[in-house]
Design a protein around this ligand. Structure first.
Ligand code: FRU
Length: 491
């Protein structure tokens, strides 16, 4: 039996044993075992496909396979068999992250990083990362016989052959392109651009962007696309240092907005920002829908927080909600895909609730899978020091979102969510407050919260593993404020 058949059989037998009530309602989880980055997010033959970094046999990272799901609406996902296993000499060290596209003959092409460990004469080990292909019909895939198709010899001088990964492929004006993350001589990161006429034979084009040790070290999982008249580069830097409240320590996310100089194929950078301001978000990837929307999905997890988990669960980690992107005033905006609205039911609405130095609950405002919009208004001539929204709350546990109007800071805090481990549980986010109103859209799905601030100008994502019976929501203010609220259950 091949390694792929073995993985397929294993997940088929064991994945279905997981009660669907133990999974989120509309967020992707691995069929069984471990999952990290989204891979191969693309539209193909009537479905959106999503592959993922996958180790079915255990809930910890190990030898990387590609898991596979598909959907028609970004909300209801169907599990498909494991697509790739590390079963060739050139990828025995893992089938790392990559992307997918439909090629001219109608087949689906997967482009991934093949990892190989080599023993050198002095006994030490060398890691080699190359880019490889597999082609298929949307369910079954065969690795290309001439793999790997992009090897370390194509790299610019001084570039690492060990950190050369995560190709993101697209087609433009009849040519295929891909961007790949790489570590140059300065030890940080750079993004390389390659092109191809047929998606099988690749040529190095340029160094599209250089980190030069500004934002972390190695840049992983690049994505590059045009949006609203700008060029956008998304990367996930390792080893970040904090920068005010924009970037935090460790693995982070970075969005660079600029203009592609087509004479030299270099990105002329204009703006920088984090992609998500919460605790759990990494390695996002995008696709373009047939109706022209740019949709992003990320790993709703971070390498620094993988120890915070649901005890005894047979699956580990979730994908974020797919989010529609746009650029406004040089900034990246994100909103939940509109398809989410099809799950809305039981509308509850409140207007002009006056809150003054009190904690309160509202009738019919509770739940762990909800879509809730809260608008907070400052009252003329009245002070407000702090607003606190608690959710997933019972007598003992809660997760808390606090707003400090005087500093324009939002803070997420899950330390009272029931965790008994000392990972990152809090993060603060500096918001752009131009008027006396703050708008929050809060999406809860059993084990997560995604908070879209001021129409998607910033997003705060966090996972939480509080018992589902903790479904309370409460509001408190120090000072006074006015609030409107609309809440739906998502079913
Ligand atoms: C990012 C990453 C990628 C790599 C994959 C391995 O989370 O480190 O760079 O391809 O995970 O699973």
């Amino acid at each position: 039996m091949t390694d792929l058949n073995k993985a397929q059989q294993y997940e088929e037998v064991n994945g279905q044993k997981i009660d669907k009530n133990d999974r989120p309602l509309f967020h992707v989880t691995p069929y069984i075992g471990w999952m990290n980055d989204p891979n191969g997010f693309c539209w193909y033959n009537g479905y959106y496909h999503l592959f993922y970094q996958y180790y079915p046999y255990d809930t910890n990272w190990n030898s990387m396979h590609w898991g596979h799901v598909r959907t028609k609406d970004f909300i209801h996902w169907e599990y498909l068999p494991v697509a790739l296993a590390p079963d060739k000499e050139y990828d025995a060290g893992g089938c790392f992250s990559g992307s997918a596209i439909e090629i001219s003959d109608g087949r689906q092409l997967l482009m991934y990083t093949a990892v190989k460990h080599e023993r050198l004469e002095d006994g030490s080990e060398q890691v080699l990362q190359t880019q490889a292909l597999a082609v298929g019909d949307g369910i079954h895939f065969e690795k290309y016989e001439k793999n790997p198709v992009i090897i370390g010899d194509s790299l610019p001088k001084g570039a690492s052959k060990a950190d050369f990964r995560d190709p993101k492929i697209w087609k433009e004006d009849g040519l295929y392109y891909c961007v790949v993350g790489n570590r140059p001589e300065d030890g940080s990161g750079q993004i390389l651009l390659y092109s191809s006429k047929d998606a099988f034979h690749w040529e190095f084009v340029s160094i599209l962007a250089k980190n030069e040790n500004r934002y972390g070290k190695m840049w992983e999982c690049p994505d590059f696309f045009e949006l609203d008249g700008k060029h956008v580069l998304l990367v996930s830097p390792q080893d970040m240092l904090p920068e005010d409240l924009e970037f935090h320590n460790g693995n982070g996310t970075l969005c660079i907005i600029g203009e592609l100089d087509r004479n030299v194929y270099e990105l002329k950078e204009e703006n920088y920002q984090a992609i998500d301001y919460g605790i759990d978000f990494y390695a996002p990837q995008t696709l373009k829908t047939p109706d022209g929307r740019r949709i992003m999905i990320g790993w709703m997890q971070n390498w620094d927080t993988t120890g915070y988990r649901l005890e005894g669960s047979k699956w580990f980690s979730q994908m974020s909600l797919p989010r529609e992107l746009s650029i406004k005033n040089g900034k990246l905006y994100q909103l939940p895909v509109k398809e989410l609205e099809s799950l809305r039911t039981n509308k509850v609405e409140y207007k002009n609730i006056y809150m003054n130095n009190q904690k309160q609950v509202l009738d019919n405002v509770k739940g762990r899978h909800i879509d809730m919009e809260v608008v907070l208004r400052k009252i003329h001539n009245e002070d407000c020091k702090k607003f606190v929204l608690r959710f997933a709350e019972d007598k003992k546990f809660f997760t808390e979102l606090s707003f400090f109007p005087e500093e324009s800071i939002l803070k997420i805090d899950r330390k009272n969510s029931g965790t008994r481990r000392a990972y990152v549980h809090q993060r603060r986010c500096q918001i752009n407050q131009t008027n006396d109103e703050l708008k929050l859209r809060i999406i809860l799905d059993k084990f997560s919260a995604e908070i879209f601030v001021n129409n998607g100008e910033q997003v705060i994502s966090t996972v939480l593993y509080t018992e589902q019976t903790a479904d309370g929501i409460s509001f408190a203010v120090e000072g006074s404020m006015e609030m409107d609220l609309v809440k739906y259950d998502l079913i």
